[in-house]
Design a protein around this ligand. Structure first.
Ligand code: TRP
Ligand code: SF4
Length: 371
């Protein structure tokens, strides 16, 4: 109706991005495939196309190859439990950390408070016991790492954020985000400060920063890049690069979200509970066994297969075996789900042992705010 034809992505909404093509054509995100050859041993998430897009990542990778320091900056909003969608981001972080990239992680407690209205105590608790604990258990190391709470940041970060407000208009922000409240303006500018602060001399003065995110966060990337241009001289900022990963589909076919527990498998779910969630998940199977034998399943629209691709099957050979036997109808969903549920159960049992150990080490990784 009155809505203009421009396309707005609301990073705080429940939008399910289905049309990844549009991100290339409308927003100028480039296919990740074109930078894959920079990696000697690309992580499965990179080589399987789960990480599908980027902006300017070629420039960052070229600098990295020449031995220049590179920082990865990303953030998470501690407002719900840690699920397999979050795991995907940490797998990338840990992979880049091993390659020698400097890692900076923002715990977005301010965003959780102002936009999601999570209490201070709760967001701090979630950040530590869900996000930091799981990250450690997944293998995040302390070297080349800085983890911080937004509300704990030091003056130069906040000074830069205040300066940013001078060179951006409401109209411009609303063209990017849609309608804004003061809380969302604060959350957006705080996130811009997250993204750009590693370039400030007080925080390392990196010239090459990249931000791995889901495409729902691209509005923040675009705003950060515009603001970087405007503070090129004054603060010595440069455009950050970014990479984009596909969302995990919820087990019910919607968005995987902490607010709908049945849509997500949490890394703290008792293994049996997780296994039974997987057994109830939406598959690409046919209505009857007879039909599936005849036509084969559709792994492309199967959430169980997605778990294999994103998380459960390391070897590409094993993965393509599952793919083929699904397609040709020799593998049926019942059997396939049993196999997936078993892999998941075993993985979670191991992970949760690590998680217990990780809980004693939280404070080695981050300093929590005093309230
Ligand atoms: N807005 C992000 C989310 O909802 C969290 C976030 C805060 C972030 N600062 C960031 C992400 C900087 C990437 C870069 O999860
Ligand atoms: Fe999905 Fe497996 Fe069924 Fe194929 S056989 S549709 S991969 S559950």
């Amino acid at each position: 109706m009155g809505e203009p034809t421009r396309l707005v992505i609301d990073p705080w909404g429940e939008t399910l991005i289905k049309d990844y093509e549009k991100l290339f054509t409308v927003f100028g995100i480039r296919p990740f495939k074109e930078v894959l050859s920079f990696f000697e041993q690309p992580h499965p998430l990179l080589r399987r196309g789960v990480v599908f897009g980027h902006r300017d990542f070629d420039r960052v990778l070229r600098a990295f190859k020449q031995g220049e320091p590179v920082a990865l900056l990303t953030g998470l909003m501690p407002s719900g439990k840690f699920h397999f969608g979050h795991k995907m981001l940490f797998e990338q972080i840990i992979y880049y950390q091993k390659l020698g990239v400097h890692i900076i992680i923002a715990l977005a407690d301010i965003e959780a408070y102002v936009v999601r209205r999570v209490s201070r105590r709760e967001t701090i608790d979630i950040a530590l016991n869900e996000y930091v604990a799981n990250a450690i258990a997944l293998g995040l190391e302390k070297r080349n790492l800085r983890v911080y709470f937004q509300s704990n940041m030091t003056t130069p970060y906040y000074r830069a954020m205040q300066m940013f407000s001078q060179k951006v208009t409401m109209a411009e922000m609303e063209a990017i985000y849609g309608q804004l409240s003061p809380a969302k303006v604060v959350a957006a500018l705080t996130q811009v400060a997250d993204i750009l602060h590693p370039m400030l001399k007080e925080y390392g003065g990196y010239s090459h920063v990249f931000v791995p995110v889901g495409p729902d966060q691209d509005p923040h990337i675009r705003l950060s890049r515009d603001i970087a241009d405007r503070f090129e001289r004054e603060l010595n900022l440069a455009r950050p690069a970014s990479t984009y990963h596909r969302f995990m589909t919820g087990l019910d076919g919607g968005k995987m979200s902490s607010s709908r527990p049945e849509s997500a498998i949490f890394l703290t779910d008792p293994p049996e509970v997780a296994a039974s969630k997987l057994k109830r998940a939406l598959t690409g199977g046919r209505a009857t066994v007879e039909e599936q034998r005849r036509l084969g399943g559709i792994p492309e629209s199967c959430t169980v297969y997605e778990m294999y691709v994103y998380h459960l099957v390391e070897s590409d050979k094993d993965l393509s075996k599952i793919y083929e036997s699904c397609r040709e109808g020799s593998l049926l969903c019942g059997e396939c789900k049993l196999m997936g549920a078993e892999m998941l159960r075993r993985w979670l049992e191991r992970h949760q042992e690590e998680l217990e150990r990780a809980r004693d080490r939280l404070l080695e990784y981050v300093e929590p705010p005093s309230f």
